[in-house]
Design a protein around this ligand. Structure first.
Ligand code: KE4
Length: 428
């Protein structure tokens, strides 16, 4: 594979964009080398600036669940753009997608659209604080809810710790209101709650974690969180930016049977355009301005162009609900193939998978939280990443990410991917 043009474009980009990218993970810092610049994409394939075709397992970090340049979405965007892209005034299409989303997702009556997952999670936490009158939040080490100050807090080594900022610019004042707990450790959460009785507004969690690789909740963990939250009048926020409209029509709430109080969305809900959202029962959502006192706003929130893409995407997923089984079957097939390919070469690894989310960890122990995810051999991952790329397969450029399966993948694509793993495994 040749990447001359990508490297040249990267050099130019770095002159005018910090690090040459508009989101850090794209810069290949975790795997080394220059990032690939994409020229266009169609279905499961990326076509880079050097003319290479890559089978895409990132799919814009989730949105392209039905493939790139999916005609119903593209056509909806083209048609809508001809009538204007944004007015800063209410439009019917916002109600149409809101009604559809509320019909697809359990336990929500109202939804507010924003422009990113970060904005959705940031707004959900503010709403929880406004609704409960409490300041503190619990998040989990390794979970990512976007780059809002309250979330950029790295757990210390202790079981229960007040966070300290892991990004300059986050004040100690902010950090002290973010409490950290260990994913899949219910006793740890109970300890944090007991140490902050009556002061915690919400627990925010990725119900299936996707930002330390893919980590499903152990049996009873989410149910236990629900019980702990109810006992102390704490709101439970499911960050479904990744899992929403991917794991099931109703997302992780449907898949696990555990109801959150507030649910956040991003990625798939926008069909590839900038859309985030947060939703809850009316008694919570009615606290939002202009109805209630909790302020939240956005010039481009609910703009008709993004709504057109999102509505087309959700309509497809709502009418073609067999897609979730198809996604799961394809991911299961891939899982089996990768496992055999790595086992044949005695490569130490473990694979986590749920629905169409999968991650490969070069670690011996099962990966159940951030600490066990961090034990993965990153040198092996780097070789694996670049080996797959050299064989025309694009996976996440970081071990702390999840692969996103698109239903546009054929079983021939999956076989090609498995063959690539067989080749790469020999050199690991
Ligand atoms: P955005 O602001 O990037 O739209 O969403 C933030 C976010 C919130 N919650 C979850 C569970 C998420 O996974 C994300 C964003 N995911 C990352 C990928 N791990 C986006 C990729 C990037 O940062 O460029």
């Amino acid at each position: 594979m040749i990447y001359k043009r990508s490297s040249a474009l990267f050099a130019e980009a770095q002159k005018v964009i910090p690090g040459g990218v508009n989101s850090p993970v794209r810069a290949f810092k975790a795997v080394g080398g220059d990032p690939i610049f994409v020229k266009e994409a169609k279905g499961p394939y990326l076509y880079d600036e050097d003319g290479n075709r890559l089978i895409d397992y990132i799919n814009s970090w989730g949105p392209m669940i039905l493939g790139h340049a999916y005609p119903p979405v593209v056509n909806a965007v083209i048609d809508k753009a001809k009538k204007g892209t944004s007015f800063g005034m209410p439009t019917e299409i916002e109600t149409q997608i809101a009604e559809l989303a509320v019909g697809m997702v359990p336990n929500i009556d109202k939804i507010r659209f924003v422009n990113s997952g970060t904005e959705a999670c940031m707004s959900a936490v503010r709403l929880a604080r406004g609704y409960t009158g409490r300041d503190k939040i619990i998040k989990f080490a390794g979970c990512y809810h976007g780059h809002s100050d309250s979330f950029l807090i790295q757990a210390g080594s202790g079981a229960v710790t007040f966070g300290s900022p892991n990004s300059p610019g986050v004040t100690k004042g902010t950090a002290q209101d973010t409490l950290l707990a260990r994913y899949n450790d219910l006793q740890n959460v109970a300890d944090v709650i007991a140490a902050n009785k009556g002061e915690i507004a919400c627990v925010i969690i990725e119900p299936i974690a996707g930002n330390m690789g893919c980590i499903p909740p152990v049996n009873g963990f989410l149910e236990g969180l629900r019980t702990l939250c109810d006992a102390d009048d704490i709101l439970l926020i499911f960050d479904e930016v990744m899992t929403g409209f991917r794991l099931a029509k109703g997302g992780a709430q449907e898949l696990t049977g555990v109801n959150a109080d507030i649910v956040t969305f991003g990625k798939v809900i926008g069909g590839g355009l900038p859309v985030g959202a947060f939703a809850a029962r009316s008694e919570i959502m009615n606290h939002l301005a202009p109805l209630g006192p909790v302020y939240q706003a956005g010039t481009l929130s609910g703009n008709p162009l993004a709504m057109a893409a999102g509505l087309a995407m959700l309509t497809e997923l709502n009418t073609n609900s067999g897609v979730f089984k198809s996604l799961k079957d394809k991911t299961t097939y891939l899982h089996k193939g990768i496992t055999k390919a790595l086992q044949d070469q005695n490569v130490i690894h473990t694979i986590n998978r749920i629905g169409s989310m999968i991650s490969v960890h070069f670690a011996e122990d099962t990966v159940v939280d951030f600490d066990t995810a961090a034990k993965g051999n990153n040198d092996t991952f780097k070789k694996f990443f670049h080996g797959m790329l050299a064989n025309g397969v694009y996976i996440a450029p970081s071990a702390f990410e999840t692969w996103f399966i698109t239903d546009a993948l054929t079983y021939a694509d999956l076989d090609e991917t498995i063959l690539a793993v067989q080749k790469v495994a020999k050199a690991l």
